[in-house]
Design a protein around this ligand. Structure first.
Ligand code: SF4
Ligand code: SF4
Length: 332
């Protein structure tokens, strides 16, 4: 039995990460560094500290508790609490994550991102939502971070859910050995597979890795798994051009009936606070969210290729398609 893994959240009643109402389990740790990422707390597999400037009253208790001189001296709260302030409470280069400061903060201004949980603890949490699965076709979605970064744990989690007759989705960026991906996805009823760009250089520029292995793994997976949903985060000045989506539609159509649909996920910036809490200067801070209706023209390219498509990824939306891609029988 695998030990505990850090979980950043178990989000209930999600409607955009697979069919029906989903309970999303976010594992901590990811090999990619997508510049626009909406879950920066899942980059590192280590625990991290959130400092929430709006809750901090600058009482100084954390300064006294820190054995590493990693806490900056208090300033007047009005100088630190605004989102425009450059003041940061923690010098993260000195911090060894002993969490003494979190323990002494009485205002919840310091919190830990990443809670160690076992498979059975997670599944017990997921079970609480079972009544919402049956009528909606929902279940558990394992996400991150990147599930394949914790292969043994993830396998036990998916297998355990199956034992409890809970429908399973696994959301992956596909950047791993295919042996891992192939084994894990045997236990996933649906695979949510991220596609960010078809150009390896552009992919590298914005995610920190090239995409050859990701695309190759998708081709291989499409031959052995029968229910794959492609997820494309549409990001301004990266992959919001029609040329990319024409190429993506051609590529996806070439994979055949395993690809049940494409979800176009418009970039948003609701995660700005999380970057601030982690003390990360987010390069997309000033970039405005994409209006979903702008993507109608992009979606049309997929429909023209006979591919079912949604804007936003709703698990309740009837995705439109004309041809056989989503109508093929299951392979497994
Ligand atoms: S203990 Fe909490 S409220 Fe007090 S200064 Fe530190 S972070 Fe702010
Ligand atoms: S986690 Fe420990 S070392 Fe880091 S800032 Fe807090 S008290 Fe200091």
């Amino acid at each position: 039995m695998t030990e505990r893994v850090l979980i950043t959240d178990i989000a209930r009643f999600s409607v955009n990460d697979g069919p029906g109402f989903r309970t999303n389990v976010f594992l901590k740790g990811c090999p990619l560094r997508c510049d626009w990422c909406h879950n920066p707390e899942t980059f590192s597999a280590e625990p991290q500290i959130y400092w929430k400037r709006r809750l901090c009253v600058q009482c100084g208790s954390c300064l006294d508790a820190c054995p590493k001189d990693a806490i900056r001296p208090p300033v007047a709260p009005e100088l630190s609490s605004s989102t425009d302030s450059s003041y940061q409470k923690i010098d993260r280069s000195r911090c060894d994550r002993c969490m003494e400061c979190v323990r002494v903060c009485r205002y919840d201004a310091l919190q830990v991102a990443g809670k160690p949980m076992s498979v059975s603890e997670i599944l017990d949490e997921v079970e609480r939502d079972r009544p919402f699965y049956s009528n909606s076709g929902g279940g558990m979605t394992v996400s991150g971070g990147e599930p394949t970064a914790h292969p043994g744990f993830c396998l036990e989690l998916l297998d355990g859910a199956r034992d409890r007759a809970i429908h399973t989705c696994m959301d992956t960026n596909g950047h791993c050995d295919f042996s891992i991906l192939g084994e894990l996805t045997e236990y996933a009823d649906i695979v949510l597979y991220d596609l960010k760009h078809v150009d390896p250089f552009k992919h590298y520029e914005k995610t920190g890795v090239r995409n050859e292995r990701i695309l190759d793994n998708l081709v291989k997976l499409s031959r052995i798994h029968s229910d794959i949903w492609i997820r494309i985060p549409v990001v301004p000045d990266f992959n919001d051009d029609l040329e990319f989506h024409r190429k993506a539609a051609d590529f996806i159509a070439s994979l055949g009936g395993s690809i049940r649909r494409v979800d176009l996920l418009p970039y948003h910036n609701w995660c700005q606070d999380k970057y601030d809490w982690l003390g990360i200067d987010w390069v997309y801070r000033e970039v405005e969210a994409l209006e979903p209706s702008i993507l109608e023209v992009h979606a049309e390219l997929y429909r023209d290729a006979g591919i079912s498509v949604t804007i936003g990824g709703s698990g309740f939306e009837e995705a439109g398609t004309e041809q056989g891609l989503i109508k093929s029988a299951r392979k497994t």
